[in-house]
Design a protein around this ligand. Structure first.
Ligand code: SF4
Ligand code: SF4
Length: 337
């Protein structure tokens, strides 16, 4: 990689990004901060650092992009991280296994596809040109999200369920671009043969990755669909707050989940928003740091307030790290049918 290809050299080392960085806030390790990532790349370019030490630190990043939101110099940290990873993939057995599983088994979790919820296929309308794509994490780890969404749209929206392929987002974000490209091309052909014109997903990571696909299919998040049914639903006596998944925040899906929560529950905005720590391969490669980020984020949660989110991966990770009440936006809406 030629580090000068990246705008990371715009960094003026001011440090404004430190407090907003989930990795720094959980570890207080300056060496893992966005500013350090920029310095490391410079020092590597000067021949002062070895490859391995830079690679490990550039993989210690959720790619949440929150550093970029506050950077006065507009340093493109996430692009630099992505470019570095593509040039110098982390040699890690777990990561390699996930990549192989996504390519060969159709999900990154080394789980047989038969474990996906078979009822989804039964609810599918093969003639519909609108598809529901739950995504591997929903289907294999938080299937109640898909069940809830299908319960709400039943008799409202005919859907073709596509639940037998991986979108490839993990591969794209962890440096395996050739494999991600192969999956993407395969999926585009597959969606075409299925006659899909609109793709609805409940996964923030799939949503964000599908927006990068070069196809003419409209991509929507489930919260955009659920928003259209609010007049037909019964509000619940439930106190809620909302966690913004980074991949939705980056793509301006922020008002739709809040509108749902405000209409169907007693909603209060969280005091602050930050990354849950699971994304960008962090949960896979640096589980302890990912957990520490999540616990730091959740430490001010209120016991009587249900934390709602709109991404199965955030939900899965937050549930692993807290006993507080949590649910998906799909589950909340299904409880109001
Ligand atoms: S805010 Fe931007 S310029 Fe300042 S240290 Fe962070 S990356 Fe560098
Ligand atoms: S993308 Fe997120 S985790 Fe990575 S350096 Fe920036 S703020 Fe930190």
């Amino acid at each position: 990689m030629n580090p000068h290809q990246c705008d990371i050299f715009e960094c003026g080392s001011c440090g404004y990004c430190l407090d907003g960085c989930a990795v720094y806030s959980a570890t207080y390790s300056e060496a893992l901060s966005p500013r350090a990532k920029s310095i490391l790349l410079r020092k590597y370019a000067e021949g002062l650092l070895d490859l391995q030490s830079v690679t490990e630190r550039l993989y210690t990043c959720t790619m949440c992009g929150r550093c970029e939101d506050v950077c006065p110099s507009h340093a493109k940290i996430t692009q630099a991280v992505k470019t570095w990873r593509a040039a110098h993939p982390l040699e890690n057995h777990t990561l390699r296994q996930s990549v192989q599983s996504a390519c060969e088994m159709g999900n990154p979790y080394t789980r047989p596809q038969s474990e996906r919820e078979s009822w989804l296929a039964l609810s599918s309308d093969p003639e519909a040109d609108v598809a529901y794509f739950p995504g591997c994490t929903t289907s294999l780890m938080q299937p109640q999200i898909a069940q809830s969404f299908m319960r709400v749209v039943k008799d409202r929206l005919p859907l073709q369920v596509i639940d037998d392929v991986c979108c490839g987002s993990l591969l794209s974000r962890t440096g395996f671009l050739a494999e991600a490209q192969e999956i993407m091309e395969r999926n585009i052909t597959y969606f075409k043969t299925k006659g899909i014109k609109t793709l609805i997903t409940s996964c923030a990571g799939c949503y964000s990755h599908f927006l990068e696909y070069p196809f003419n299919i409209r991509v929507m998040h489930t919260s955009e669909i659920l928003n259209t049914y609010l007049d037909e639903l019964e509000p619940q006596p439930l106190c809620t707050t909302y966690h913004d998944p980074c991949h939705l925040l980056r793509n301006s899906i922020t008002s739709q989940p809040r509108r749902i929560l405000s209409s169907l529950s007693s909603y209060t905005e969280k005091e602050s928003q930050s990354c849950c720590g699971a994304g960008g391969g962090m949960l896979l490669n640096f589980r302890e740091v990912a957990d520490s980020i999540c616990r730091t984020m959740l430490k001010n949660s209120l016991p009587d307030v249900t934390l709602v989110t709109a991404c199965p991966f955030c939900l899965y990770h937050m549930k692993r790290n807290s006993f507080h009440k949590m649910m998906s936006i799909e589950e909340l809406v299904a409880s109001c049918v």
